[in-house]
Design a protein around this ligand. Structure first.
Ligand SMILES: C[S@@+](CC[C@H](N)C(=O)[O-])C[C@H]1O[C@@H](n2cnc3c(N)ncnc32)[C@H](O)[C@@H]1O
Length: 243
């Protein structure tokens, strides 16, 4: 899956799409504190360019971030040199014993060929890695972002870059396809790159049920603290009972 978040999209995500991670950070830190987790190791699955890892580290936590994109990890390592990062799939990488696991901004959806079973296996691995009383805080994309049969086109631009999106949703298969074209200024010229992201969409009720089955206590949210998730997204606080 090396085709996700190559160099230019990683740069643009970090420069222009940091709002989700940055504005969620205070709310998620509050969730950790409310659960009695004021220090120790937090594992961030799909850590991207380390925006949330940076907030965690500043708040005194130890951080281990995992992401499949080499370009994202390269930015994260520069941003948070004191944290540990690993390039790899969150669905396969070992999760060390820790106080909390997080996954921010729909990272768990990025395996369109997955089934509910792929998530269930991940939930079990997270449960086993967490200390009693630990929490798994994450969000997912649900069906319903795009009207069936239509294509949503949009663009965003910043200093020296532009990104164009085309989004379509196959409701029957529960798959969202985003075609992404980036233009990034390199010297005098703009470089074009293309990526296609396919995500498996999950109903929040199904996710909550599978978390319960894995042994977690579950709360479903529509945001973190003051930050509201975009429409058709849900967040979860899955707590491992204190024992
Ligand atoms: C929308 S970005 C969010 C990044 C970061 N969490 C943030 O909030 O800024 C999604 C991230 O998930 C990562 N990702 C997608 N599939 C993955 C997988 N199977 N294993 C690890 N990372 C994955 C991508 O490389 C990308 O960095």
């Amino acid at each position: 899956m090396k085709e996700y978040y190559k160099e230019d999209l990683a740069f643009i995500h970090d420069a222009g799409f940091s709002k989700w991670a940055l504005e969620s950070a205070p709310g998620i830190l509050e969730i950790l504190r409310r659960n009695g987790i004021g220090e120790g190791l937090v594992v961030d699955l799909g850590c991207g360019s380390g925006l949330w890892a940076h907030a965690l580290s500043k708040a005194g936590y130890e951080v281990f971030g995992i992401d499949i994109s080499e370009a994202m990890i390269a930015i994260a390592r520069k941003r948070v040199p004191e944290a540990r990062f690993q390039i790899g799939s969150l669905f396969d990488a070992g999760i060390p014993s820790c106080k909390a696991v997080t996954s921010i901004s729909e990272c768990l959806n990025y395996r369109f060929d997955s089934t509910a079973k792929t998530l269930v296996r991940l939930f079990r691995r997270v449960y086993d890695a967490l200390a009693p009383g630990g929490v798994f805080v994450f969000d997912i994309a649900e069906p319903g972002q795009v009207t069936p049969g239509t294509t949503v086109k949009s663009f965003t631009e910043g200093d020296g870059w532009m990104v164009l999106f085309e989004k379509e949703e196959d409701r029957d298969r529960g798959v969202l396809t985003r075609r992404i074209t980036t233009f990034r200024k390199i010297g005098k010229h703009y470089r074009r790159s293309d990526e296609v992201h396919r995500q498996r969409l999950y109903e929040s009720a199904d996710v909550a049920r599978e978390l319960l089955r894995a042994g977690f206590l579950v709360k479903t949210l529509r945001g973190y603290g003051q930050y509201r998730l975009p429409p058709a997204h849900a967040a979860f606080i899955a707590s491992k009972p204190a024992g």
